[in-house]
Ligand binder design. Structure first.
Ligand code: SF4
Ligand code: SF4
Length: 682
């Protein structure tokens, strides 16, 4: 008894010391980053919401279960380990007393049954993971495998360790049954089966096996605890924390304002020597950013949904997080050194790592082509089961490149110049913004001063909607429908300017602030309350980003308003359109703002329309390639994203491809036009 107690406790003490040291190191590393007081404040402000999030995301495994087979396997393993905490209590109790039982419930057959049920569930889970990993073997499947780039060897070690946890558990419980000290008379069906196998060995051998496998169980659990904190399985400990401090409801929709030292950066007062301008080095990430890196499970769900990765570009959202993590860990001794003297004494490889540029072609941690390939489509954020905020990190690096290094795709310079000087990406100027109004046969009030109280909506037309020929047709159609339905609306005309979305997404927060402040001033002076936007990017910026600058309005997308007018009978589609049609979800309407149903309701209301869905639709919709200011950059690497999307649509042989965004209209319209008269309409 003394021997088993001594060995068990010694193993535990050593393992906890090693794991604790690592956790302390990780904590120090995380806090070497920038502060993020807004994350703590958000948690304090909404404790109820966070309990609900933990219940659905962590305990409920909501995102994981969207992938039915791997999700069910993960849920079985996760829930299994929660239930098996009871068996760990029992194992430690058995170190002190062979007949130990958990006080109160320790003899209930139900508890014995549940423990065994989940032990078997974990075995089924790891068997499923084994099959999934064999079928998705990156050395065979290449980039198609979501595990491409993941540390697969470590994953196999962990699967083996989980198997050993369950195997030693069932073996020592089986031996306990044969020696007569097992606390459950009935219910523990799997332990009984193992006990049955061990029974022929006799009581003496079973007594030895009981001790050997009990100590084996404790040794394996403790070894697992150490492996967890040194591997990607750190997510077991960090995922609840990362989910707790993530942006709510998620890191989609608005970009956060630029922050430095925990405060929103004021460009007029910012000091280049002391302030942080975007993410220029690993220590510019906040502790939440560093927590993201340590939490990544390397599951590759983000990578599997990324349009840039799918079309052969160097960007994988998973690899971005892993490269940042590897760099943070390698640079850690430098970051954690107490003084310059201590830094001087560090090994050369650490000093070399510390000198690597975060973004750079030669020897940079992240290749510039990686950050400029991102369309900000949000598929990665949507999929990530531990709520990692990829877009914030990618756009944070873009901000530093643009504002400090002046390094960005040269072809986007014209767009930024036009935004600064003319207020629209094409440089057409404000006087052209009202031209489309003159092409209609009814009057549209243009706001001059304040909005007439009779006017219900301010129609935010957007640069494309006012200036780009194809988008102008949509603008005129929306205006005509609103007029037909008797909706009172007005436009800003020349007083409208770009919302700043392309500037913000490319990383030029300075130009974004300038444009956004101007628009917020205009809207506030006009007394705007309800805004209807036709462009999903304008919709996202005005509704979700302008509140950061004091612009608070009730903003609706035109498809939401039109669907409501149809539902209320104020608009009634009468002309039959005998066509097969498929709808493409714009990322900034769908994934970023969860508007999936209204556009489909409108299509369903049109007589004759046969609506079909593409394989990748709604929250799994595939980007057109234009978001994240990619609209103004050349696509030189890999297959064009819009070609990939159009091919998917064409496989359905539609007469028309429909969408609700002027960017998508251009991106998907161009390849359709190339197909000539035989191609679908857009
Ligand atoms: S936002 Fe879209 S393009 Fe960018 S990394 Fe994520 S999935 Fe890829
Ligand atoms: S970032 Fe999220 S989705 Fe991507 S590999 Fe890591 S845990 Fe998985």
């Amino acid at each position: 008894m003394v021997l088993r107690m001594t060995v068990g406790l010694a193993l535990t003490a050593i393992a906890l010391a090693v794991a604790g040291r690592r956790l302390w190191w990780l904590k120090r590393l995380a806090f070497s980053g920038q502060p993020a007081p807004e994350r703590v404040a958000a948690v304090r402000a909404h404790p109820g919401r966070d309990v609900e999030t933990q219940a659905t995301e962590v305990i409920g495994q909501r995102k994981l279960l969207k992938w039915s087979v791997p999700g069910a396997a993960h849920a079985a393993t996760f829930w299994g380990f929660i239930v098996l905490l009871l068996t760990i209590i029992e194992a430690y109790g058995n170190l002190f007393s062979r007949t130990f039982a958990i006080p109160g419930i320790g003899h209930w057959a139900f508890i014995g049954f549940i423990e065994d049920l989940f032990a078997v569930g974990v075995l089924a889970g790891i068997a499923t993971f084994t099959v999934i990993r064999l079928r998705n073997n990156p050395s065979r499947e290449g980039r198609k495998s979501r595990f491409f780039g993941s540390h697969t060897r470590a994953a196999w070690v962990v699967l083996g360790m989980i198997f050993l946890v369950i195997a030693t558990l069932l073996l020592y419980r089986g031996a306990q049954i044969n020696t007569g000290v097992f606390p459950y008379k009935h219910g523990a069906f799997a332990s009984e089966i193992v006990g049955h196998w061990l029974h022929p060995l006799g009581t003496g051998v079973n007594s030895v096996l009981e001790v050997v496998f009990l100590l084996g169980q404790i040794a394996v659990v403790m070894a697992f605890a150490v492996i967890v904190v040194y591997s990607k399985h750190l997510h077991i400990a960090l995922a609840p924390l990362n989910v707790l401090f993530s942006r709510r409801p998620n890191a989609l929709g608005p970009l956060e304002p630029m922050r430095s030292n925990g405060k929103v950066l004021d460009f007029e007062e910012a000091d280049p020597d002391t302030d942080v301008f975007g993410l220029g080095k690993i220590e510019d990430f906040t502790w939440k950013g560093l927590l993201d890196m340590a939490t990544c499970t390397e599951c590759g769900r983000c990578q599997s949904q990324c349009p840039a990765w799918a079309t052969g570009k160097p960007l994988s959202p998973k690899q971005v997080i892993l490269d940042l993590r590897d760099h943070a860990f390698a640079k850690a001794p430098y970051l954690l050194a107490a003084s310059d003297d201590e830094r001087e004494k560090l090994p050369d490889d650490v000093k070399k790592e510390a000198e690597r540029p975060l973004v750079g072609k030669d020897g940079g941690v992240i290749d510039p082509d990686v950050i400029w390939s991102c369309t900000n489509c949000g598929a990665c954020v949507e999929e990530c089961p531990v709520d990692i905020e990829h877009i914030d990190h990618i756009d944070g690096m873009r901000r530093h490149q643009v504002l400090i290094e002046s390094a960005f795709p040269v072809e986007a310079a014209g767009m930024l110049r036009n935004l600064e000087n003319k207020g629209d990406p094409w440089g057409m100027g404000e006087m052209r913004r009202a031209e489309w109004i003159t092409e209609l046969d009814f009057e549209i009030p243009v706001v001059d001063g304040t909005i007439d109280p009779e006017i219900e909506y301010l129609f935010w037309v957007g640069c494309a909607g006012a200036l780009e020929d194809r988008a102008k047709k949509t603008t005129k159609a929306i205006a005509t429908l609103l007029h037909t339905a008797g909706v009172k609306f007005a436009v800003l005309g020349p007083a409208e300017t770009c919302t700043g979305d392309p500037a913000r997404r490319i990383g030029n927060e300075f130009v974004f602030s300038m444009l956004a402040q101007q628009n917020v001033e205009t809207l506030n002076e006009a007394g705007a309350k309800k805004v209807v936007a036709s462009c999903p990017h304008c919709f996202n910026t005005i509704s979700r980003e302008y509140p950061q600058l004091g612009g608070n309005y009730e903003v609706i997308h035109h498809t939401q308003l039109l669907a409501r007018l149809v539902a209320e009978g104020r608009l009634q589609p009468v002309t039959a359109v005998e066509e097969k049609l498929t709808y493409h979800d714009p990322c900034f309407l769908g994934r970023h703002n969860k508007v999936y149903t209204p556009p489909r309701e409108i299509l369903d209301a049109v007589p004759g329309v046969e609506a079909t869905e593409m394989h990748r639709c709604k929250e799994r919709g595939f980007c057109c390639g234009a978001g994240g200011a990619r609209m103004w950059m050349e696509e030189r690497i890999g297959k064009r994203i819009n070609t990939e999307r159009i091919e998917e649509a064409l496989a359905l042989e539609p007469d028309t491809i429909s969408t609700a965004c002027p960017y998508c209209l251009v991106m998907l319209g161009d390849p359709c036009r190339l197909l000539g008269p035989s191609g679908p309409l857009l």
